[in-house]
Design a protein around this ligand. Structure first.
Ligand SMILES: [Zn+2]
Length: 256
């Protein structure tokens, strides 16, 4: 238990020094990591590590080419505690479930939640680099890269790859069949699907009064933006959380 806590502290500190986490993000990473380590042992921490390291690399990959996207998305740069909670909170809940009422379904729900988080992150971090502009899943019109609810063939491919990497990383350590692994990839992908659908429909969107661009930011070009559509309380972090929670809930109910 102490070893798990110390390793988590080390990872959070490294994440802070590498500018992947803010201070508050690092503190919440210690809490999340310790609970997950307690619920699922070293396997749980290992999988969290795979998500954490590949997502950080995905964010940093060609970050200069992604600067225009920073103008659209709500937050960029190091992750704060709300973002850590949005991505790891569901995993922490499954670990608590495992501690309180042990059942293998919690483990599979945890794996699906990490697969969903990775799939989401890879889909957006790599997807924005696609040569073709993404299209809205709702209207099929072209949208700016980084717009929530926009999809491209390359982004979709990277979403599948992200989920597959998590299941692939789990395979040597848990005793499951290849068919079951395929099912887990699909369950992880439901997270990306929910994320895209919510992003296209009810996620709040604003427009800059200066440059006229559609954005998730409340302030653009130093001016408050105008509300365009969506539920005002539903920002990107909440959508992420709901998407990952859907993947975990479906997995738990199906595999219980
Ligand atoms: Zn602007």
């Amino acid at each position: 238990m102490l070893a798990i806590f110390l390793v988590t502290c080390l990872v959070a500190f490294a994440g802070y020094r590498l500018r992947s986490l803010t201070i508050s993000g690092a503190v919440l990473t210690v809490v999340t990591g310790t609970v997950i380590g307690y619920g699922f042992g070293w396997f749980g921490l290992y999988l969290l590590g795979v998500f954490f390291s590949t997502s950080s690399l995905a964010s940093k990959y060609r970050s200069r080419d992604k600067e225009p996207v920073d103008e659209i998305v709500e937050k960029s740069g190091p992750r704060d505690f709300v973002q850590v909670l949005a991505n790891g909170g569901v995993g922490m809940a499954t670990a608590l479930g495992m501690i309180l009422a042990p059942n293998d379904a919690w483990l599979f729900a945890y794996i699906a939640s990490i697969a969903a988080a990775t799939s989401d992150t890879w889909g957006s971090e790599f997807g924005v680099l696609a040569k073709q502009k993404p299209r809205s899943v709702l209207t099929f019109r072209e949208v700016e890269p980084g717009t929530s609810g926009g999809v491209s063939p390359f982004g979709t491919f990277m979403s599948v790859a992200g989920a597959a990497v998590i299941i692939g990383a789990s395979l040597p350590l848990i005793d499951i069949s290849l068919a079951f692994a395929g099912l887990l990839i699909a369950l992880g992908l439901t997270g990306s699907v929910v994320d895209t659908l919510l992003g296209a429909t009810v996620q709040r969107k604003f427009r800059c009064r200066v440059c006229g661009k559609l954005t998730e930011k409340r302030v653009h070009h130093h001016e408050p933006t105008s509300y365009i559509s969506g539920w005002r309380f539903l920002g990107n972090d909440a959508v992420n959380f709901l998407a990952i929670a859907s993947a975990a809930t479906i997995s738990f109910l199906l595999l219980r």
